[in-house]
Design a protein around this ligand. Structure first.
Ligand SMILES: [Zn+2]
Length: 267
C-alpha cells in the first residue's frame, strides 16, 4: 500500500502499517487500540491538540496553513467584535510560531522538508511515520512539540518525569530515526531532535537532544512488546481490556462486586 497525504491516517493505512501512536495505543490498552483500528471506536478530539497542529501548519508554510484553516473553520471567531478573526488561543498560536522563528537556533532546526512520510520494515512489520522536519543533508530529523511548560513534571511509573518521557517521545524519536535509517539503507543514524515551544503566556522554547543509550533502550522495549501486539492486531490472540480507559469504561458491563479496598489498586 502506497501512502499519500490523503490516505496516511485512513483505516486501511492503520490496518496495513504499524505506527508509533498505534504501538503506544496497544501498550496502553489492547482492546481500545484494536477497536480504533477496526473503526469501532474513536477518541474524542480534544481542542488542545488542535493548537499543536495549527503551530505545525504555520511552520510548514502558507499552503499548509490555509488548508488547515479551511478544514477547521471553528478556529475563526463567528460572532462579536472579533468576527472573522482567529480565536484568542490561535492568536496565541501565532505568538508561539513567532517565538520559534525569531530564535536563530530554533528556526535553523526547523529548516528542511516538512511532513515527510517514511515507511520501512522494522522488527518484522511494516511501519509508517511522518517526519515533521527532514533534513538529511544536515543530518537530522526534527519533531515539533507544543507543550504546557518545558519543565513541567509528570508522575509516571513511580517517578517524576518530563513531558518527553511522559508522552513517549523518546520511543517516537528512536523508532522514527531507525525507520529513516532503514528506508535510506544507511548504516549511521541521523540525529533526532525535538523543537519544543510552550503554550505559556510568554512562550518558552528549546531544542532537545537524545543519547544513543536511551534510544536503543526504547527500541529494545519495542522489540519485546511487538510480537504480542502483532498477534493481537492479526486476531491470533485475544485483546486484553485495561478496564480503566475511556473505551473500557464505555463498553464495561458490571459482572460482580468490588471491595472498597480494591478501588485504589494498580493506581
Ligand atoms: Zn482500556
Amino acid at each position: 500500500m502506497r501512502l499519500t497525504e490523503e490516505n496516511y491516517y485512513s483505516k486501511e493505512a492503520n490496518q496495513y502499517y504499524m505506527s508509533v501512536s498505534q504501538f503506544k495505543d496497544f501498550d496502553k490498552c489492547e482492546a481500545s487500540a484494536l477497536a480504533k483500528i477496526n473503526g469501532l471506536y474513536e477518541e474524542p478530539k480534544i481542542d488542545c491538540f488542535l493548537i499543536g497542529s495549527y503551530v505545525g501548519a504555520s511552520i510548514e508554510g502558507k499552503y499548509a496553513l490555509d488548508k488547515f484553516i479551511a478544514e477547521h473553520p471553528e478556529i475563526i471567531s463567528s460572532q462579536g467584535k472579533t468576527k472573522g478573526e482567529l480565536k484568542t488561543e490561535y492568536k496565541h498560536g501565532d505568538r508561539m510560531v513567532k517565538t520559534l522563528l525569531d530564535d536563530p537556533v530554533c528556526s535553523q532546526m526547523l529548516e528542511g522538508d516538512k511532513e515527510v512520510i517514511v515507511t520501512a520494515e522494522l522488527l518484522g512489520v511494516l511501519w509508517k511515520a511522518k517526519l515533521d522536519v527532514y533534513n538529511p543533508n544536515e543530518g537530522r530529523i526534527v519533531d515539533l512539540k507544543t507543550v504546557k511548560g518545558l519543565h513541567e513534571r509528570y508522575w509516571k511509573n513511580g517517578k517524576w518525569v518530563s513531558f518527553v518521557e511522559n508522552f513517549g517521545y523518546v520511543l517516537q524519536m528512536a523508532v522514527y530515526t531507525e525507520l529513516e535509517r532503514i528506508e535510506s539503507s544507511r548504516i549511521s543514524m541521523l540525529e533526532p531532535l525535538i523543537v519544543a515551544v510552550s503554550k505559556e503566556e510568554t512562550p518558552d522554547k528549546a531544542v532537545i537532544c537524545f543519547d544513543e543509550e536511551s534510544l536503543n533502550y526504547e527500541l529494545l522495549m519495542v522489540s519485546e512488546k511487538l510480537p504480542r501486539i502483532i498477534s493481537v492486531k492479526e486476531g491470533i490472540e485475544e485483546a486484553k481490556r485495561c478496564e480503566k480507559c475511556r473505551y473500557c469504561r464505555q463498553t464495561k458491563k458490571v459482572s460482580g462486586l468490588i471491595h472498597f479496598l480494591e478501588l485504589t489498586m494498580g493506581r
